[in-house]
Write a protein that binds this ligand. Sequence first.
Ligand code: MN
Ligand code: MN
Length: 507
Amino acid sequence: MLLTRDDWYELSRDVDWELDHVDRATAFPANWTGADGIPEQAWDAWEEPFRVSYRDYVRLQREKESGVKAVSQALVRSGTYEKLDPGHVAASHLHMGTTCMVEYMAVTMQSRMCRFAPTPRWRSLGVFGMLDETRHTQLDLRFSHDLLKHDPRFDWAQKAFHTNEWGVLAVKNFFDDIMLSADCVEAAMATSLTVEHGFTNIQFVALAADAMAAGDINWSNLLSSIQTDEARHAQLGFPTLQVLMEHDPQRAQQALDVAFWRSTRLFQTLTGPAMDYYTPVDQRKMSFKEFMLEWIVNHHERILEDYGLAKPWYWDRFLLSLENGHHAMHLGTWFWRPTLFWKPNAGVSKAEREWLREKYPTWEDNWGVLWDEVIANVNAGRMDKTLPETLPSLCNLTQLPLGSAYSRHELAPHQLTYGGRLYSFDSEVSQWVFELDPERYAGHRTVVDRFIGGEIQPMSLEGGLLWMGLTPDVMGDDVYQYAWAREYAALVETEAGALAGVPVAGE
Ligand code: MN
Ligand code: MN
């Protein structure tokens, strides 16, 4: 008689053995498991809600995989890609370049869980997580390879993490920290609970909806398929938090607060501009802020409440940043556009500004006035004034430009001296993260540190671009060739006569 899954599941996922030749601490060192201070028996309570057998897993994944492949093959043949809006396409370049290798880093993280997680149940689940992330890496590579003939930027799915492009270094810095350098417990808090259960929804649900509206069915489909896996393997965060709450709630609070802030800053860089500027305005489903509030903030608040944790101490600062951080990052990345491997869309035509004003009431005062200067320079043909000559100062934690966390009215520096070296931060929150564990971050040198140290030669923007691997065929420029600026010149000419070329703030 064949047993049903429920008859053997408990036994199969709980296989463990007594160690004869080494002691447990040698086989499962605390700096790998993260289980320091938590009694071994505590892990008996670790229950994952997602009961899946290897056989079920393979069957389901096979179906998903052939679904994605069928859609992609049909679409590659039908020439859909050529019809896509170039602003939207930039979002897919940005995604592939910055995400593909993160998926691959996640394979390593999940493999560590397979080997070192403090309970056999978690180790079993890690096997599925590892296979998931391998699939995601392969999906991104196949998608990008199919489109390489249209644009060399898709090469950056594989290439980006082997370059020194500054944005990629910021992404890599964060995931090195929470995936490659984190012990199992910390990775479960920072990656599984915060990034996978929360923030990936912006990239894989919100952006998937925008991509579908933009007619990019292939990419939308790929993102949604990946998200079904993320939603499953992210579950391992909950039982881990449960155990941690019993034995070290302070550590849980801190790990989540750090990960939430660092994730916010990163997604303000990657997804904020893609949602609120690159996606054509009539195809946007929700603003970045609206999506963050509904999907991320609500989820996160619920987790904190359910487990008896407090909101992060920096909540007010987070809300202020939510209003501004991605607008700052967008303006900065557009201005430093030669340092990107995609073509950003300024996204500030009149219709787009109206949308921005409606979604962000303080947008004109904080960001519109700065864009007006850009527009005036573009319309007067002073292109050199719209391009950088130097590199911006970078935060020693997030690796993002100083002044990019809040509005343009809050540029007060956050600095400290540690071990004889001066460190700068984009916010008091990033400084707080650094101070929690300075040795973890202190040795790292930002792009600007390396520039000043003479590692980047010649010491000019050209030298910097060369060092970042930015060749002319991929180097960023305004995706619409500044066409959006013209409507401001025309309006000023007809309405204000003599002031041709000078924009009117708020128009
Ligand atoms: Mn993944
Ligand atoms: Mn994942």
